[in-house]
Design a protein. Structure first.
Length: 114
């Protein structure tokens, strides 16, 4: 299975391939959206960070899928990073604006009593 992820216009997140969806982008200039995939991959995608006209995609968590990223180079003709994920475990994708990650307590730190 394979999917390609990129941004289009200034308000669409495209997922194409064995999974196909067009998500509406609700993030602001420096805020982004998260894409979580069934293989464990977690990506951020944002448009216009720092006043640029680029879509930027970054990997927060590596999953089982093979990951290839090609960065955008021109705000007019090549304005979106493109990420390709390929592997057997790409069964679903979720798009959202918030996530929570587990943070371990450093050793020697007292834990809270409930």
């Amino acid at each position: 299975m394979q999917v390609v992820i990129y941004g289009a216009s200034d308000d669409l997140i495209e997922v194409e391939g064995d999974l196909t969806e067009e998500f509406s982008y609700l993030g602001g200039d420096d805020e982004g959206a998260y894409l979580a995939f069934s293989d464990g991959t977690l990506l951020t995608i944002s448009y216009g960070a720092g006043g640029s006209g680029f879509w930027r995609i970054n990997r927060l968590c590596a999953g089982a899928a093979n990951y290839v990223k090609v960065e955008a180079t021109d705000e007019d003709t090549d304005y979106s990073d493109r990420v390709t994920l390929s592997g057997d475990n790409l069964r679903w994708v979720v798009c959202g604006t918030d996530y929570v990650a587990w943070k371990p307590v450093p050793s020697g730190t007292p834990s809270a009593q409930v």
